[in-house]
Write a protein that binds this ligand. Sequence first.
Ligand code: HAM
Length: 403
Amino acid sequence: MQAPKGTFDVLPEDAEARLQLLIAARQRLGASGYGYLETPVFEDTDLFARGVGESTDIVQKEMFTFQDQGGRSLTLRPEGTASVCRAYIEHGMHKRPQPVRLWYWGPFFRHEAPQAGRFRQFTQMGAEVLGSDDPVIDAEVIALLSDLLEEAGARELRLRVSSLGTASTRREYTDELKDFLRGRAAELAPEVQARIESNPLRAFDSSDRGTRAVMKEAPTLLSRLAAEDKEHFDEVCGLLDDAGIAYEVDPALVRGLDYYTRTVFEFTSDALGAQSGVGGGGRYDVLVEQLGGPPTPAIGWAAGIERIVLAAGGGQAEPPSVDVFVAVPKEARRREAFRLLRSLDSAVMGEPGRSLKGQMKQADRVGARWTVIVEEEGFELKDMQSGEQRAVSTPAEVLESLR
Ligand code: HAM
């Protein structure tokens, strides 16, 4: 039997870099006022259809959707933002002091063609701030992701930012773009042509050469922003400049989710192959309202743990080490050995009755600093670095010597 296509096991030797990231996220985000939130791994399908957007690839072809025994349609979450908004509304978080800062970590599911850095079950950490449209919040969340990626050792990072304006600017611009694309349809890739009416923005994302040439001449949304959106975006850029965070303004930055308004951003790593996006996000000022909540501007990001670890070059992180190995060559001394094990903070016990030689090898393998051999009577204490060994008569003396 094998794990399903596009999924993977995390073995102990690969776990440490991920756990370090989790600890760093908890530290950095917790210390910045973000509360940790867990939401279910599956939700009503409707949440993602309405939240992420009917015309997106995610909703159209990448969701793991199933019916429960009552005939309700449920979906394994493909992303976290819609769930965070659902939870914000459901628990009346709009009545708490605003903005509300939240972070999360967990498994997400997309039915994509697996390749390096692209999985069907992957892990995201994410942060969301709900209840403020101040540009300083945009800069705050971008800076936090930048800090975390840097701390994780992700290499060759690039940050791209843009603004999508408000829904109405986007609608007007989308009409203009559709006109432009219709006029150049013959030069576009068939899948781009097919989506002129449903999702013309995705044409910027195409890797087709003909399409790319056309898109170089396409009008950009950034040049059509309303005055207050432009001012908002300029302020975000100014704050990033002040914070010394390097970025490029990329008018063609397209994100694969429909809920974005105003600021969007993405970190990529040139150390990765085709799947170079390590983390990204943006503002979603109307999503909470769309899902039935009060008008609530918000912004956030999510980053892929597997891609961060890849971008950091695998990570050399060491797991916590074991201090003491308790060797028990005499089976009859099992209870004495177990009592000793329980009184130690960091210890592993050998299998009672197994040869001393075998147990000493195991002590080496776990990297123990000390080995206590539980003898017929008393104990032998061995310093695994110097090889020195001496007799000790009581458990209390063992503890004393190890202190
Ligand atoms: P996203 O760009 O779809 O955004 O995903 C965020 C990150 O998840 C990506 O940059 C990538 O590192 C990782 N990721 C996505 N799909 C896969 C996959 N199939 N295999 C491995 N890693 C993957 C969101 O999900 C938004 N919810 C972000 C957000 C939060 N926007 C506002 N708030």
